[in-house]
Design a protein around this ligand. Structure first.
Ligand code: ADP
Ligand code: MG
Length: 274
């Protein structure tokens, strides 16, 4: 093996054997693409000697180090690949501000049972109430749990599908997206859809029906989706597909951005009471 260091001087066979082992470990961990193991092995070996670990214990400790590095690395990779607009966690979400929203409802979504069940989640509510934050927080959990995720706004999804459609590969694209257990469709309703866009959007929602999950957010309650899709019948069919297996969460109240400005909501007579 050409890469092995060998000592030509004769400082003693023990040192030479150690050197050989060091370079052998370098070579082997590189071949296994296990850089964390490479870095950890020296320290773990010292501890193993000091604490009298069995060979099996030492091996388990080495493998454990590499496995946990890969798991966290994979999560980070999936989070980057998902293209979230900002990194938000469920832990940062302030439930005291989000009036009417039950902590345990979100905690349950955070267990990701809905992905196993191929169900959807829909967040409805005015701008600034935390829809994108919650959608992102849940989807990041999914990434960390090993699921592939993609995030985009409704308008971006439609652009993407329109491009595939023009290139004659819409079905391929829908199939490809079907391999993602979770897609996030943010901001349905911010921009009304043309007929063609509404149709593409419907195909996206239908392609996932009972097969894979969606998280959808909208600033418009369902009663106004007819305006979004330019047609009440199309909107009704869409909603039907979306909510047949879904948790629908309506966020009420004032914008979190305005929370320190007293502008977010109209004061009610009870506001000043203790
Ligand atoms: P929406 O998507 O409903 O318009 P966002 O989720 O984008 O609102 O929220 C706007 C900003 O306020 C974001 O930076 C978000 O992190 C923050 N925010 C909203 N609600 C809360 C909350 N209850 N706790 C903590 N941060 C919040
Ligand atoms: Mg938003």
């Amino acid at each position: 093996m050409a890469t092995r260091a060998s000592s030509s001087a004769k400082p003693g066979t023990v040192i030479k054997a150690e050197r050989d082992l060091t370079s052998e470990l370098s070579f082997l961990t590189r071949a296994l693409k296990a850089p964390t193991l490479r870095e950890a092995v020296g320290r773990l070996a010292e501890r193993a000697r000091a604490e009298g670990w069995s060979h099996e214990e030492f091996l388990a400790a080495c493998l454990q180090r590499e496995v946990s590095a890969r798991e966290s690395h994979g999560g980070e990779g999936r989070i980057r690949a998902a293209r979230f607009p900002a990194r938000k966690s469920l832990e940062e979400f302030d439930f005291d501000h989000a009036r009417g929203l039950k902590r345990d409802v979100i905690a349950h979504l955070g267990t990701l049972d809905f992905i196993a069940g191929k169900d959807n989640v829909v967040f409805l509510g005015p701008p600034g109430t935390g829809k994108t934050h919650l959608a992102t927080g849940i989807a990041i959990r999914a990434c960390q749990a090993g699921h592939r995720v993609l995030f985009a706004t409704a308008a971006e999804w439609v652009d993407r599908l329109a491009e595939a459609h023009t290139a004659g590969r819409l079905q391929d694209e829908l199939r490809r997206l079907g391999r993602y257990p979770l897609l996030v469709i943010d901001e349905v309703g911010y921009i009304p859809f043309e007929h063609e866009a509404a149709n593409l959007f419907f195909q996206l929602v239908s392609s996932r029906y009972e097969r894979a999950s969606l998280i959808v957010t909208s600033n418009k309650e369902f009663g106004r989706w007819g305006e979004v899709f330019g047609d009440d019948t199309v909107a009704a069919a869409m909603i039907d597909r979306l909510v047949h297996h879904a948790d629908v969460i309506a966020l009420k109240g004032d914008s979190y951005r305005l929370k320190n400005h007293n502008l977010g909501r109209i004061p009610t007579p009870t506001d000043d009471q203790p």
